[in-house]
Design a protein. Structure first.
Length: 118
């Protein structure tokens, strides 16, 4: 079980992922979201809600070597390179865009959040 009691948002950015089959492009933010106190108090429980009922843990995998899993590599960079958050978050969105294989997949917001004390 994941403890959310002392969790806080360390970094937060919003990008928009497009769909190459519908000729919609990705839109990237260049700055982290800077919450005012009221917005922060609303967003924190909203973002943590999915972890409240998580009884199963998930792990990245790759058939030959976990280091070859792109999202795992990007996540490791976010945790290990403090100043790489914005650039790595853009790589995650680009990866999602490239993995899209249907015109039925809608464009949408991608929220990349780094929590502390979770």
């Amino acid at each position: 079980m994941i403890s959310r009691k002392n969790a806080s948002i360390s970094k937060f950015i919003i990008h928009k992922v497009g769909n190459k089959f519908n000729d919609t492009k990705n839109a990237f933010s260049e700055k982290l979201v800077d919450f005012d106190e009221t917005s922060y108090e609303l967003m924190l429980p909203f973002l943590l809600r999915p972890f409240g009922t998580a009884v199963q843990s998930y792990r990245f995998n790759h058939h030959s070597n976990i280091a070859l899993n792109e999202i795992n590599s990007y996540s490791s960079q976010i945790f290990n390179e403090d100043d790489a958050f914005i650039e790595v978050s853009k790589h995650i969105v680009t990866h999602l865009f490239e993995q899209s294989n249907s015109s039925q997949i809608k464009t949408g917001d991608v929220l990349i959040v780094l929590f502390e004390c979770i």
